[in-house]
Write a protein that binds this ligand. Sequence first.
Ligand code: PEP
Ligand code: MN
Length: 375
Amino acid sequence: MTPRHPEESVDEHIEALRRRIDELNLDLLRTLSERAAVAEAIGRRQTEVGLSHYDPMREQQMLDVLVAANRGPFSDATVKSLFKQVFQASMQLEQEQDKVQYLTSRRHRREDTIVWVGDVAIGGDHPAVLVAGPCSIESREQVMATAAHVASRGVKLFRGGAYKPRTDPYSFQGLGVEGLELGREACDAHGLHFVAEIMDAADLPSFELHVDVIQIGARNMQNFRLLKAVGRSRRPVLLKRGLSATIEEWVMAAEYLLHEGNPNVVLCERGIRTFERFTRNTLDVSAVALAKLETHLPVLVDVTHSGGRRDLLVPLTKAALAVGADGIMVEVHPNPAVALSDQKQQVDFDGFDAYLDATLFPQTLSPGRTELYRS
Ligand code: PEP
Ligand code: MN
């Protein structure tokens, strides 16, 4: 077939009518948007006074008026079905409005939140961070030796508990404020930032004095008074997921912190309680991926408490980074056999070095994460 000359293919009349249709489409859109804004205003008022958005009598009245006014060419049935679509779309808007806009939600904030701890950025496209240090701060020698070792390997964030949430009340409870002071001293001596767990809101002033990142532990994830108090601080917070907390409960706990005004929140998956006994907890990798999807907050994974086994630290680290974790937490102790808490799961210095070597995985596994552990 010979192609027609372009000018021949243009039917002037159709083109003019199409331009008119284009104008009418825009008029319709303007009218529909204006109608939607009015429907939203009605919806807000209904919510205020406790009325339902769905009012079948009112819909019927509107349809009756429209059918009575219909002069064609659409049939009455078509007019009704067109307007029913409009009514339904308006009701969806009204229902959407009723949903709380959570501060933690990606819908509230699209871009990743970056939490800065001194010069260390957690989240976004920044390389994954490593938080390393003992389960508990036990003595000056122990904390100094551990801080010196991890700092020499490029670590910037040092963990160490001074207030320990122990199952058994007769086991080591932590050195308290003395532990915070020792941790601070060790961090200052080695250019580290200090991460420590708070258990009581009354301790907040000493945490603000000594600690760079305030950890809220799994057992306190739903201690709402503690969440509110720490939320009123501006110190970065590491919020562990509770032992049996759903992802929603965990994210809601973070919401408390943001709602009180603290935007510097890092989530931390640390394994959840399941029927499994070969591991201390079960690392929920889907929770890491989901927390990254649903919230804009950085997410770390504590591989030590997740598995509770040294032989799982490397594979769990790879798994965590592969699903998008922004960093890893691992426990290191000069001599785990005599540690006052978590003896079975902490690594010694040689074990830590081996862990660092083994986790320099190929770039393909987790692009952009190979800078991990390189200072
Ligand atoms: C800890 O990190 O020292 C700790 C007690 O962890 P969790 O709260 O996750 O059990
Ligand atoms: Mn521990």
